[in-house]
Design a protein around this ligand. Sequence first.
Ligand SMILES: [Ca+2]
Length: 368
Amino acid sequence: MPVKESTLRQPSFVQRLNPAPGQALSPTSSTRYYSGQPAMRIVIDTDPAMGSLGGDPEDSFAIILALNSPELRVDGITVVQGNVPAEHGYANTLYLLSLIGRGDVPVHRGVCEPLNSARSDQRAWLAQRGSLPRIAPDAEPAHGDPHAVDFLIQTILDNPNEITLVAIGPLSNIAMAIQREPTIITKVAGIVAMGGNATVPGNITPLAEFNFWADPEAASVVFESGARITMVGLDVCEQTHLQEDSIRALQVSPHQLAKFVGDAVAPFIDLRRTLLDSPDLHLYDSLAVAAAFRPELLETKPAFVAIETEGRRTQGATVAYLDPITRLWETSEPNTDVALAVDTDAFERLFKERVIDALLADSHRTPE
Ligand SMILES: [Ca+2]
């Protein structure tokens, strides 16, 4: 039975579009894509740095996009080491959810270091990122709160073929879950992973993309697990853009949420201007979220994909056997749908409407 609008507590914009179970969707311009089909259930595995100045803010945009998309139901968010230490990513996630009025979404802290704890480059990275100035308050899990790996295993086992994992950080949590309970591979509906680079250079080393570099053993475990993976890598993510103007507009907003987003992102833009030709952001994690419910945004090609774990200068490199001739020497069957092209205009319109415009339109609201 439909719930009467007047009986509901006035929701935040995110609640309005992605309601808690039992609540009704209100018609807004952003729901015009909603097909009326049952919402796709996802768990987001993520390493959000928004809240740590100078960190990549993109995971948090992806979370906002997911919670603002009526096609999705977010069953939980699991936090992993990566852009920042897991302790900071966890606090950043909780703060973001509090600002958008979605404190009801379960958040679980997970793995705090790469599976191979001897990886010195990655540990040095985490130590350096842990010293970034913070504008989100610290937070600790409550006593007895399940570890992210336990939450992933239980949620997948309890809901066979229902849960799609949208992995937008290093794959440490998911790899550990697979190692501990391998049967989850047969019970997960799918894995959409932001990571890797099949045909383009890396972005943390000349050969490696950051998420796979940050935990090469974990990425290797997941790709060798037998799970079918959709790989949303640099090949497509670097074709997307978020203009600097959009961030500056958020920064001058008087609203706490928009201003937090603008202030948190500005140092990252400044960093990019120093290191690169353009300060504009690429929308890596948001593209993976969008691809989960709108796969037609991407053109994919099946391939066998492996992750390099041995080389000193090639650690974390994606080895994608796309061309049949390369498979003469590699007889493994394709395990991955590799995204090689993206409808950039359609995706950027979706992102602008559901993230940037929604944040600005909500600027008159008082945060909860
Ligand atoms: Ca990420």
